[in-house]
Write a protein that binds this ligand. Sequence first.
Ligand SMILES: CC(=O)SCCNC(=O)CCNC(=O)[C@H](O)C(C)(C)COP(=O)(O)OP(=O)(O)OC[C@H]1O[C@@H](n2cnc3c(N)ncnc32)[C@H](O)[C@@H]1OP(=O)(O)O
Ligand SMILES: N[C@@H](CCO)C(=O)O
Length: 371
Amino acid sequence: MEHDERFGHARSVTLPGPLALDGGQVLTPVTIAYETYGTLNADASNAILICHALTGDQHVASVHPVTGKPGWWVRMVGEGKPIDPARHFIVCSNVIGSCMGSSGPATAAADGNPYAMRFPVITIRDMVRAQAMLLDHLGVRTLTAVGGSMGGMQVLEWAATYPDRVKSAVIIASAARHSAQNIAFHEVGRQAIMADPKWRGGDYYESNDPPAAGLAVARMAAHITYLSEAGLTEKFGRQLQARDAVGFGFDADFQVESYLRHQGLSFVDRFDANSYLYITRAMDYFDLAEEHGGMLANAFRGSKARFCLVSFDTDWLYPTRESRSIVQALNAAGAAASFVELSSPYGHDAFLLEAPELNRVVDGFLRAGGL
Ligand SMILES: CC(=O)SCCNC(=O)CCNC(=O)[C@H](O)C(C)(C)COP(=O)(O)OP(=O)(O)OC[C@H]1O[C@@H](n2cnc3c(N)ncnc32)[C@H](O)[C@@H]1OP(=O)(O)O
Ligand SMILES: N[C@@H](CCO)C(=O)O
């Protein structure tokens, strides 16, 4: 293939749009940061779109530019992996609203200043519409969509919004709507950010002094929901830090405390507080049934896709019953659906960790679909 500026690692495109948003506003232009791996085949039939979770990004299988760590899904994507650049044309883009290069609150608005909280409220469907614009730009019409957590929500939305474009859909550790408990946890995080005096109504970009403390607390609270009680107990139990370092008191005496603080502090190095507000809000508003007259099955009636759903038995954030209700709706809509609940000690984040069973399921499903 001749060199084409559209393809390769670490790309960004600014499209004129306009992108009409669910909230009634219009985004124009729309910048989308993305990565591609592999080559689109002659009949453009091997495209796989990977949709990332809340704090993920386009660096699915390449070194993260801020943390220097490997991509967030190198266990799933790469040579010899279920999603393989030798066979597939892989696209992963940063969702709009995020902070890794796609249009979001830190982006300059028409007046040259960052949007901050003037950025329009976005939905999961808006994220997907932006991805569709990117795929049009890349010459991809039909695709397989794969994602975990919020990525799974985007996959569901792809199947509902573009029923003739999605051939196969893999939805992992996800749900078709946010529950009251999900919204409640997100609200704790948002309030932590907004209560930080450095948040300044969202106008902190010029100060170079973001609301790091608030964002760190938001991440700490959220991170607990990504784990399981058994996993936390196994990892830390009630173990204390070295007693010569920390004694009785309110410093991080327990190892689990210091672990959570570490997760919070390392998060603020790579994420923007306003983006956290916008993306958690998009997840909260997600209710696929509501978008389709109150019946989830209606969302899938026109879909030509085959679906694969995977849940984890220790995931209490998006528990197995959420996946089952999606499968029931798919069955009612006459769509082809397979479902498996996998056993893992790791809770919701199991999809990001070593999970050979998950790899086998995804590999088998993709190959059965001719990919
Ligand atoms: C699509 C997406 O979802 S992308 C976003 C996903 N990525 C993230 O969320 C990144 C942050 N999250 C994590 O690291 C998640 O825990 C996972 C699931 C992705 C990784 O899990 P694991 O590999 O089991 O890592 P673990 O949760 O044990 O965390 C390891 C870190 O905690 C630190 N740590 C472990 N114990 C302690 C302790 N007692 N005190 C302080 N720090 C500790 C380790 O030093 C390590 O630090 P480092 O990441 O800076 O190297
Ligand atoms: N831990 C992942 C999954 C959250 O759903 C993230 O931070 O995006």
